[in-house]
Design a protein around this ligand. Structure first.
Ligand code: HAM
Length: 418
């Protein structure tokens, strides 16, 4: 039986096949860094259901993501979908209990998301995403804070300003450009969404194709490229850059109007993180979405919001290409050797005491030859072996220094801790 295309198995290291580089250890490593960075910035963790009413996504995220939904009708005749992104769930959760939380709300999550995409480099049908969002703050100081978190998260993996850059742009600048140039004002929101989609894919589409699509809305590729080339920061973007520069993070950002974001709900400053060499797809993306909470709450709650999502797939590809993934080893503190089955009861007591004091302990579950046991201790990279000798004494051997000591069983946990 094969697994589904676009899904991953997470084996403990060493993984049977290194080609994808995936392992549960690598995943835990990435999650650990994500959580640490979020907590340093004072974000609190939340989660929501992986399955949501289909409608939560169909009206809010835009046609592109709707086309990638894993959706079905459940046994209660409800139209449901696996979450393709976290932001609508967050907006729903915050709107439901908005009064219970002081503003600004700073929350993060590490959801697994599902998108029925064409499988390619950096794109799978499930991925984990680090989401960090701030709700209830209009000032661009919040945008700068969020981008600083994004930068520091990537830096915590050992990546530097030579490895990645945050391309900063503005949905409102593009909105103005669109409104100035659109031939038929009746195109309305639908026309604007189509326009954003064309800009979002500009770098990946042949120019003639973009030209044709833009012309249908009354734009020329030349005007669009001219606007991108001007790269003049809006007042908001200038303020975000100054804020980041004050922290010493100025080298990590640049204004780049190629970025516009594919999702429909963004309203203000938007950004994407890319590797400098341009080998990979976006590592992360986000921005302001000041109308989404209002839309999802049917007008009941109005709360400004901004956030980003960083996927684990591109991040791992980048870390492994830059040699920044550590070696993941199974390690135990103590391997208890049971060479004489007569002392198995005393050995089990010793194992229990060692574990109770927080040590990682392993031992042979069934009778085994002494050399096999020792080999196993070495394979597990054990720091010590311990062997019960006599009624209440234990021989402990430090496998690095080869030093051996005999002591009362009760003293063993303290000795190993030291
Ligand atoms: P997004 O740009 O769709 O934004 O996804 C963010 C990141 O998730 C991407 O830059 C990419 O690294 C990763 N990603 C997306 N789709 C896939 C896939 N099929 N396979 C592997 N990785 C993928 C959002 O999802 C927004 N909800 C982020 C956000 C949070 N905006 C505001 N708050």
């Amino acid at each position: 039986m094969e697994r589904l295309p676009g899904f991953r198995d997470f084996y403990p290291e060493p993984v049977p096949s290194r080609d994808a580089g995936w392992s549960f250890d690598a995943r835990q490593f990435i999650f650990g860094k994500w959580r640490e960075a979020a907590r340093r910035y004072g974000f609190r963790e939340y989660d929501g259901p992986p399955l949501e009413p289909l409608e939560l996504f169909t009206t809010k995220s835009g046609a592109e993501i709707v086309g990638q939904l894993y959706n079905f009708v459940d046994k209660g005749e409800r139209a449901v979908a696996l979450r393709p992104e976290m932001t609508p769930t967050l907006a729903r959760m915050v709107a439901a209990h908005e009064r219970a939380y002081k503003k600004p709300i700073k929350w993060f999550a590490l959801p697994q998301l599902f998108r029925y995409e064409r499988q390619q480099k950096g794109r799978l049908r499930e991925h984990f995403q680090f989401n960090a969002d701030i709700l209830g703050e209009n000032d661009v100081a919040a945008d700068a804070e969020l981008i600083a978190l994004l930068i520091d998260t990537l830096r915590s993996f050992g990546l530097t300003a030579e490895d990645f850059v945050i391309r900063l742009s503005s949905r409102n600048a593009w909105q103005e450009f669109y409104e100035r140039g659109v031939r038929n004002a009746e195109c309305g929101a639908e026309g604007a969404y189509q326009f954003y989609q064309i800009i979002d894919k500009l770098e990946r589409t042949p120019p003639e194709e973009s030209q044709k699509k833009l012309a249908a809305l009354g734009f020329s590729l030349e005007d669009v490229n001219g606007f991108i080339a001007s790269g003049t920061p809006t007042a908001e973007l200038a303020s975000i850059i100054a804020n980041l520069a004050a922290r010493g993070l100025g080298d990590f950002v640049k204004v780049d109007y190629h970025v516009i974001r594919g999702l429909a709900y963004y309203t203000g400053p938007v950004f994407e993180a890319f590797d400098r060499k341009g080998e990979f797809r976006a590592i992360a993306g986000g921005g302001r979405y000041d109308n989404l909470v209002k839309l999802i709450s049917g007008g009941k709650v109005n709360l400004s919001a901004l956030g980003f999502g960083m996927g684990d797939v591109v991040l791992l590809e980048l870390l492994s290409a830059r040699g920044l993934l550590p070696q993941f080893d199974a390690t135990v503190d103590v391997f208890v050797l049971i060479e004489d089955e007569a002392v198995r009861p005393q050995s089990l007591k010793l194992i229990q005491d060692l574990r109770a004091t927080g040590h990682v302990v392993d031992y042979p579950l069934t009778p085994a030859k002494p050399d096999k046991q020792f080999k196993r201790a070495q394979e597990l990279k054990a720091g010590f072996t311990a062997r019960v000798e006599g009624a209440a004494t234990v021989k402990i051997r430090n496998l690095k220094t080869r030093e051996e000591v005999v002591m009362a069983a009760a003293d063993a946990p303290g000795h190993i801790a030291r």
